[in-house]
Design a protein around this ligand. Sequence first.
Ligand SMILES: [Zn+2]
Length: 215
Amino acid sequence: MIPGPIFASAGHGQEGESMAEPTTQQRTASNQAVSRPDIHITSLRLRVDAVDAIVLSPTGLTVSSAAARRADTAFPKLVSHVCVSGGHQRFGEEIIGTEPAHLVEHLAIELMVQTAAFDERERSKVAIPDRQLRADHTYTGHTSQVNRLPSDDPAFDPYQVSITYDNDLVAIRALRYACDIASWIMSADNDPNGPSANIPSFAGVLKELLRLYRS
Ligand SMILES: [Zn+2]
């Protein structure tokens, strides 16, 4: 499920090396040790101000502390997202033990925020601190478990993830990328190199989202 070509298209030296074709020995070790959960979207509904996605994740799967560390390493601002789930105030207080779909919600929002900020910084031609970015680069989200239909695969838990947007194309694509990134994050427990190993660059993801943002 990981969009290899997108991660690989980042094209920076260090990240490029991490995406290099593994040797036979590495591939064998990797295949034995790493299993990526299948977190994916089965349907999308576009509303005037928000998009709803039905996200499936393996039944009972929650975010481990190792996966949370990996998410924090890749997206340091994720933990400071406002999140009132479970009576908390920040996503950092909620991330360990939460459902993968909730992680997808916050990842999608983070991708949209970074895309809008990237666009604003590029157009302004000057460095803008985060706190001075336009207020409309604020998105809200909600995740809730939904009933499994009799025809649904019992191997997956269905959730509805809803996020607001200022660009519908970016929101939909961000949700799809967020599922792939969450799958990668959730594979961390089995990674023999530890949670901070082989963090890919997400420049390719942001580049594609920026292209949509400006289309
Ligand atoms: Zn939340």
